[in-house]
Write a protein that binds this ligand. Structure first.
Ligand SMILES: NC(=O)c1ccc[n+]([C@@H]2O[C@H](COP(=O)([O-])OP(=O)(O)OC[C@H]3O[C@@H](n4cnc5c(N)ncnc54)[C@H](OP(=O)(O)O)[C@@H]3O)[C@@H](O)[C@H]2O)c1
Length: 254
């Protein structure tokens, strides 16, 4: 199986590469940090092709796909994972950073799906896994742009899964809560104290295992840590609690 993973140079994407990096698969791993990708490729048992790409550039974000498919054949499993986060009050956010976030977290993932999924539909087989966030279910003060992008991505993903349900192509929407990665550590420091420190947190390895299982069992969504299932079911209450318990952002930036 040809597995393509964006944002594989660290965190959740790296854990997914390790989870799928065994001899029965062929991997394509994509991110900007070339050395980290190349190092990871040497540690996996699967034949792994690493491609350096800045996916926030919408004119080139799909260019890696031809190279990947001519190396390893059609993509069977697309793990749409690369993303960034901004933790700052809306009015303090530099517009270029804001636009970069929407390009990387929302527009590029949609473009890549548009480029990869038609082949899957034609072959009547394939899986697309979209990494959204619990932050796409409940807005967290200080992360409004991230909330908006992840919420849009989750809605798109859920709708796409339904649209493609009889084509042989399966879509999994993933809602991670806080997962111990560089991104989460930065956010925790910035929000530091109170609710941010109490929030149940998960590991990249466990999340990757749950995603592997959801793909093989054709589940429609993964919410992890499990605590956050209540967020999806009781969205209004979860928003009320989040509004009251999220501490004000620290003045000092990292
Ligand atoms: N950790 C959490 O608590 C959490 C919770 C919910 C959702 N998520 C989502 O999970 C995904 C992975 O995040 P993570 O926590 O694993 O963070 P991470 O360790 O910072 O990983 C982010 C990945 O995205 C890649 N990336 C960033 N900008 C890129 C760009 N312009 N072009 C190509 N690749 C780019 C990074 O690689 P390079 O820097 O090498 O390009 C890296 O491989 C993201 O979509 C994030 O929103 C994370």
């Amino acid at each position: 199986m040809h597995v393509a993973i964006t944002g594989a140079s660290s965190g959740i994407g790296e854990a997914l590469a390790r989870a799928y990096g065994h001899a029965s698969n062929r991997l394509t791993i994509v991110a900007r940090r070339t050395e980290r990708l190349q190092q990871l490729a040497t540690e996996l048992d699967a034949p792994t092709h690493s491609i350096t790409a800045d996916l926030s550039d919408l004119t080139t974000c799909c260019d890696w796909i031809d190279e990947a498919e001519s190396t390893h054949g059609p993509i069977d499993l697309f793990l749409n994972n690369a993303g960034i986060q901004i933790v700052d009050p809306v009015l303090a956010v530099d517009p270029d950073r804001r636009d970069q976030l929407f390009r990387l977290d929302l527009l590029a993932p949609l473009r890549m799906i548009h480029r990869i999924a038609p082949g899957m539909v034609e072959r009547e087989s394939g899986v697309v896994v979209n990494i959204s966030s619990v932050a796409g279910l409940v807005a967290t003060p200080g992360m409004c742009h991230y909330n908006a992008a992840k919420s849009g991505f989750a809605s798109f993903s859920e709708g796409l899964g339904w649209e493609l349900r009889s084509t042989g192509v399966h879509v999994v929407t993933v809602y991670p809560g806080p997962i111990r990665t560089a991104m989460e550590e930065k956010a925790r420091k910035r929000l530091g104290g109170g609710f941010a420190d109490l929030a149940p947190t998960g590991s990249t390895e466990k999340l990757a295992r749950l995603i592997v299982r959801a793909v093989s069992r054709k589940r429609r969504r993964v919410i992890y840590p499990r605590f956050y299932v209540v967020t999806r079911i009781f969205r209004g209450t979860a928003q009320w609690i989040t509004d009251r318990l999220t501490p004000p952002l620290k003045d000092r930036r990292d």
